[in-house]
Design a protein. Structure first.
Length: 290
């Protein structure tokens, strides 16, 4: 199976497939059209793409690289071969787009991989193969620190380190830094044998927010490790709407019922599926986008 990456521009998926032979990504042309034009209709976006290709041909604009070798899932759920563009072709298409809609898209497309988030995301993709966390350490603070250090090492000087400053978000103050070590000790001792116990532990770790940055991305991997070990399940994060998730996590400070339900409905037994893990990373980073 090809390695698929999902990026998000204005809450729209832009899917890409990795080409091992040529060592590069190929991006779905119709996804790009939907993103640039904010077009919800897949068929209309496909028609626009066909018209645009003809226009480029008439205007002598050479896209250089267009392939039909990769399959993307259509709205009916079936995998179908569709036009895909490499990095250079996306650049050319966006620069010669018939309107100004592509300006912001091009800025996003060029910048996204060079940010701290972009760099840490690349590292997160490889976490599954790292075998970094031993089974006996899953669910511990040690494991959480290892995950954070792996993803953000070299990007933040506090990677893998418990924060020593107080932080807040949306008016809510997370666990006070001076009490954080004892708080983490208590969380670590919480059981993780059942689904409800694991979710409770995850929610408490979110309230603790042990790092200055990167808490959500780190704890979601931590959560999946606990689910895999104890229940032979993990979360299919693509099944959880970003705004439903953020709302549920905000409510979980007082009542974890909603996040419990969202996670339970998204459980899958594909715990060794690399594509499931990759997709989970894509959505995890998407949740953090402003």
């Amino acid at each position: 199976m090809s390695k698929i990456s999902i990026r998000f521009f204005n809450d729209r998926e832009v899917r890409a497939v990795w080409d091992e032979e040529n060592s590069k990504w190929w991006f779905s042309a119709i996804d790009i059209i939907q993103a640039i034009n904010n077009e919800p209709d897949y068929v209309k976006a496909g028609n626009y793409w066909r018209w645009l290709k003809k226009k480029f041909s008439t205007d002598n604009v050479q896209l250089v690289s267009v392939t039909h070798d990769f399959k993307f899932k259509a709205p009916d759920g079936k995998e179908r071969a569709a036009d895909a563009l490499d990095y250079d072709a996306v650049q050319i298409m966006a620069k010669h787009f018939p309107n100004n809609n592509a300006v912001n898209f091009l800025d996003w497309f060029n910048y996204s991989d060079n940010t701290i988030d972009g760099q840490s995301k690349k590292k997160a993709y490889t976490f599954l193969q790292s075998n970094l966390v031993a089974d006996k350490d899953i669910g511990t603070t040690k494991a959480l620190l290892q995950i954070h250090a792996y993803i953000f090492g070299g990007l933040y000087d506090f990677a893998g380190k418990i924060r020593t400053v107080n932080i807040s978000k949306g008016g809510f103050k997370f666990a006070a830094a001076e009490y954080l070590p004892k708080t983490l000790e208590k969380i670590e001792k919480m059981p993780e044998n059942t689904f409800d116990e694991i979710v409770d532990k995850y929610v408490e770790m979110n309230v603790a927010h042990p790092f200055r940055e990167g808490n959500g991305r780190t704890t979601r991997i931590w959560l999946d490790l606990m689910l895999k070990r104890s229940l032979k399940r993990c979360v299919d994060w693509s099944q959880i709407n970003k705004y439903d998730y953020l709302s549920a996590m905000s409510e979980s400070i007082l009542d974890s019922t909603k996040i419990n339900g969202l996670l339970k409905n998204a459980l899958t037994d594909k715990i060794n599926d690399r594509e499931m893990f990759m997709k989970g990373i894509d959505y995890s980073y998407y949740y953090e986008e402003a």
